[in-house]
Design a protein around this ligand. Structure first.
Ligand code: FEC
Length: 293
């Protein structure tokens, strides 16, 4: 039976004119305050998306490299922009795939995150191909080692981060926060880190409580504890995009400068060949193919 991969990512607008439709997709049609839309357009303007949209470009490089590594067709599907997850599923089926691995470029499961990717893929496939969906890969040894390699030997305090979610997920027994803390602990152990902590980032203005602490408050707390240097290691994202280049590289850096803290962040995995080999081993396991290594 022919096999294929649907590689999924969040998606990002290509043009400033796309931002209202993109934001509306993220909100699932719920109302958007005009000031929030204006603020988002301004962040994308400052990110320079009219010249190049980093998330979409990196996802395409990752797709091409994964396809080469696996020797299987890999199709990109975006959760909130084009090409949509349904487009990727349709292309895989049209190419004759009878078994499809669904892999999200986000390592941690949440009902408010990965489940949405799964629903889009399942409903597009509608039973036309067998689906092997990867729910999470937060403790994948290659991923842990890649991040450990980027923080090993630092004398800075390492702050692991991930996207926040509404705090109500905890009452529903969602594994998201536990998986994030597990990745952080595994990376810290593998790198032999002395001083590290975890904080959330990128909370949205939705009017309900979100998981904390947020990185901006966390930097204040670290400074009060006498920390002078911080190395930020995002574990919940794998690419350069708005949440990295704005929320960390602009907002967190500005806060650190105000506090007199030195702040650096690791290079994201993006389409690094070591990361692509890790994604390939996750796909091979889902297909029950013996590892090439
Ligand atoms: O570079 C880019 O253009 C896209 C960057 C981007 C990534 C990303 C990842 C995650 N999000 C997650 C959850 C939520 C929830 C809401 C929400 C809202 C936004 C908005 C933008 C945005 N997110 Fe996102 N997210 C990215 C971008 N996200 C833009 C809307 C404006 C704003 O709040 O700044 C709230 C939805 C609502 O209002 O109801 C919840 C999670 C991830 C990590 C997993 C993944 O990548 O899928 C979780 C990248």
């Amino acid at each position: 039976m022919k096999q294929a991969v649907v590689l999924m990512a969040y998606g990002s607008p290509e043009r400033l004119a796309d931002v209202p439709a993109y934001y509306s997709d993220i909100r699932g049609g719920r109302p958007i305050a005009p000031e929030n839309l204006a603020d988002l357009v301004e962040r994308y303007r400052r990110l320079g998306i009219e010249d190049s949209s980093p998330l979409n470009a990196i996802t395409e490089r990752t797709r091409a490299a994964l396809e080469h590594e696996l020797g299987l067709p890999v199709f990109t599907g975006m959760k909130h922009w084009t090409p949509r997850i349904a487009d990727a599923a349709g292309a895989a089926v049209a190419a004759g795939a009878g078994e499809i691995v669904g892999l999200v470029l986000a390592p941690h499961y949440s009902a408010l995150s990965i489940a949405g990717y799964r629903e889009q893929l399942e409903s597009a496939l509608a039973g036309l191909a067998e689906l092997q969906f990867v729910e999470s890969w937060h403790d994948e040894p290659g991923f842990v080692e890649l991040l450990a390699g980027r923080v090993r030997g630092t004398d800075a305090h390492v702050v692991f981060t991930a996207h926040s979610l509404p705090a109500r997920i905890l009452a529903a027994g969602d594994p998201y926060r536990d998986q994030l803390l597990e990745t952080s602990r595994l990376v810290a152990d593998a790198a032999g880190l002395g001083a590290w902590s975890f904080s959330f980032q990128s909370e949205s203005p939705t009017g309900e409580p979100w998981l904390g602490p947020d990185i901006l408050e966390h930097l204040e707390a670290l400074r009060r504890q006498g920390v002078e240097r911080v190395l930020v290691c995002p574990v919940g994202f794998v690419s350069d995009h708005l949440e990295i280049r704005w929320d960390l590289d602009v907002e967190a850096r500005e806060k650190a400068a105000e506090l007199g803290l030195e702040l650096e962040r690791i290079e994201m995995p993006n389409a690094d060949p070591e990361f692509v080999r890790t994604l390939a081993s996750i796909v091979r396991r889902a297909l029950r193919v013996p590892s090439a290594a």
